[in-house]
Design a protein around this ligand. Structure first.
Ligand SMILES: [Zn+2]
Length: 323
């Protein structure tokens, strides 16, 4: 039988951030199997649950590294790799490219929380938690560095801070100051910018849906399939990025046909404060912008677009120089 959409999404996306429903801080679990069943830690046999591309959703502290420091609100956590499976001693340097370490970097970059679980009464060569496990709540990754550990090999360490009730975790830059970026950091930056683009396209989709792909300036709807599907373009009124720094929100986006978009981006169409469509070359009004109630267009963005085209030859020269 075919899997349902939800089941497919679940199996394709094992990383699940946050405290699972029904679980509370301080809760005790007898075994890894119990942690797994409750969705607290789903990676049996490993201290880090997560991937390099999605981030880490939970870690188990078992005192495995001499360099670890555990406090109630701050943890210095040594990442994964470099350890011999049998002797449990470090035999090689760790790198940020190991999946768990790259994943923790991604948590730092995206501001994703990590569930922290503490093993109790750790004993034996295999670091068994003979007293079971305690769920310690959500932490954020506040920083990372690479240093020489007590066993003489390079270790990746992460500073993790307990998330206070009501605290919103902010994304943090991931590069080490004054150091060249590692491959893992470059990969993390790529993932972060693709996440940003996806969020942008959500704003774009919203505005296109509001107008059913119909141009707000000329009313054209370009139908491209027998089912009536149409295409439109999303135009930022005040350009994003340096030096214009337009906001990435629906109030700064118009749904236009490709022609009107090209004219608008070249200042040949402008908007008045009353949302009339102005011919930028003759300054004559040529129409009125179609607006739906839920689309509150930011007047300051419209003004900024007009102001930009006040000195038309200078802007066109600048655009030509860029292309
Ligand atoms: Zn149009």
């Amino acid at each position: 039988m075919a899997k349902t959409k939800a089941a497919k999404a679940k199996s394709a996306n094992p990383v699940n951030f946050g405290t699972p429903p029904g679980v509370s801080e301080g809760q005790h679990f007898k075994s890894h199997a119990e942690l797994h069943a409750a969705g607290v830690h789903r990676q049996s046999g490993s201290g880090i649950s997560g991937t390099a591309h999605q981030g880490v959703d939970s870690i188990v502290l078992s005192g495995g590294y001499l360099d670890d420091e555990y406090g109630e609100h701050e943890i210095i956590y040594t990442g994964e790799g470099g350890r011999d499976r049998e002797t449990r001693r470090m035999v090689a340097d760790q790198t940020l490219d190991a999946p768990g370490n790259a994943g923790l970097l991604l948590n730092q970059a995206l501001g994703k929380p990590v569930r922290v679980i503490r093993g109790l009464n750790i004993s034996g060569k295999r670091r068994q938690a003979t007293g079971g496990y305690e769920y310690c709540g959500l932490f954020r990754v506040a920083g990372h560095w690479i240093t020489t550990g007590k066993e003489g090999f390079r270790v990746c360490q992460f500073r993790m801070l307990k998330i206070a009730p009501g605290e919103t975790v902010q994304p943090q830059p991931v590069s080490l100051a004054g150091d060249t970026d590692t491959d893992a950091e470059a990969a993390v930056r790529r993932i972060v910018s693709s996440a940003r683009r996806q969020r942008d396209s959500k704003v774009v989709r919203q505005v296109k849906e509001m107008y059913n792909d119909t141009c707000q300036m000329c009313g054209l709807r370009l139908v491209v399939s027998p089912d009536g599907d149409a295409i439109s373009e999303a135009a930022h009124i005040q350009a994003l990025g340096e030096p214009h720094n337009g906001p990435d929100k629906i109030g700064n986006v118009l749904c236009l046909c490709p022609n009107c978009h090209a004219l608008f981006d070249r200042g040949a169409r402008q908007l008045s404060d009353g949302f009339e469509v102005i011919d930028g070359l003759t300054q004559k009004m040529v129409g009125v912008l179609n607006r739906v109630r839920e689309h509150q267009i930011a007047r300051e963005c419209v003004q900024s677009h007009r102001a930009r085209w006040a000195d038309r030859p200078a802007v066109l020269a600048e655009l030509d120089a860029q292309s």
